[in-house]
Design a protein around this ligand. Sequence first.
Ligand SMILES: Cc1ncc(COP(=O)(O)O)c(C=O)c1O
Length: 460
Amino acid sequence: MSLTNAPDPAIRQAVVQQDLDNVLHPIVQHKVLEGKQMVVTGAQGSTIYDADGTEYLDAMAGLWCVNIGYGRAELAEVAAEQVRQLAYYPHTAMNVPASALAEKINGLMGGGYHTYFVNSGSEANEAGFKIARQYMKHEYPQHYRFKTISRYFAYHGTTLATLDAGGMGERKAKFEPYSGDFVHVAPPYCYRCPFGLSYPSCALACVKNMETTILGEGPETVAEVIVEPIMSGVGVAVPPDEYLPEVEKLCRKYDILLHVDEVINGFGRTGKMFGHQHYGVAPDIVAIAKGISSAYLPIAATVVKNSVFDSFLGEASENRQVAQVNTYGGHPVSAAVALRNIEIMQAEKLVEHSAEVGSYLLDGLRSLMRHAVVGDVRGKGLLLGIELVKDRATKEPVGAEQITAVADFCRDNGVLVGRGGGGRRYGNTITLSPPLVITRSECDRIVETLHRALSTIRLD
Ligand SMILES: Cc1ncc(COP(=O)(O)O)c(C=O)c1O
């Protein structure tokens, strides 16, 4: 395949056949792929190219991850240089890029953290659960603290434990039963407040619900609370400003660790380096992935506060070291690429750009409220959602066919958007998470395409 992004129908057809004959794809029904496929052969900035010559504005940055945009040849050089120097060695030893990356992350977190490297967001959360449990075994041997409190409609990953932590029934159903170690509480999803209340008169009923749950379970059985600062999977739910600080207070009150999932929120997505930095909290465990390398290579990490790190120190005979290892953790090539990715983000002020252009895009999306089907428009930085309803008064969600028709219209008109919600039943939100390099005119194009989609498609 050429690197010119020129259409090549013959190669495209060959790839489609080869793929259909050999590949098992995630989450997409193969019958759908038999009818229509994307064969992505190149990408630059916020644009991706299909082998048939079609260009798409990728308003989802892949899977919420290509934060610095596509086509950064500089990262290819960094990877090549590191492969020549040291392609791999287990992270039981030290290596130059992983050490420098951990120092960079510590600085971005404001200091006082150590980083444990893994390979995906799921693994980062899973390691977080295990670190929380091990910490509790060291610090509270008299207790049996192993439970994680999480929220309904959250998504924390695809392994059994992270799925269990997540609160999306339909994503979990095919793999039941689960361990029961993850206890769910109501999310701060204000548009559909689980208590039927409105902020601020709700007095944060969702935090009270969390406290009731902790007390009901017995605080001495709870290891941690996991929260994504701005929930993405539910269709982007921005909590009230006091929510996260109040959750942190609960954690401190009951000696529970606060585990923050920054897999999507992190690395500028919400207009700050990390989502939790909007709220002035200091989490004990932070899962990072995606934007850490802008997905140029797989890498992720579980970042722990030094008070947690200290619990893993001792004589070898005390057996307090992290009780797990993974082959690729701290991979020098991924680490070198991630480090340069963050340096690019800082040099080009992409976090600031995310805040600024994100609020421009949010304003544009608010103009879509002129369509009766738009129930809510929300977001922070470049993490945004447009929730579609049949009726604004009842908030009845539009059906799966209708939201699919909107997304398909956008795709057929050259803009790729996402869909979110608490599982299929509630998947009635168009989500946007474009590369942080997106321009104002590209934002205009997203709004204009959505406007045409909402004008064209019958949604009642
Ligand atoms: C909030 C959140 N946490 C964790 C994950 C899991 O990350 P990964 O797919 O890299 O395992 C995702 C994936 O989309 C996510 O959105």
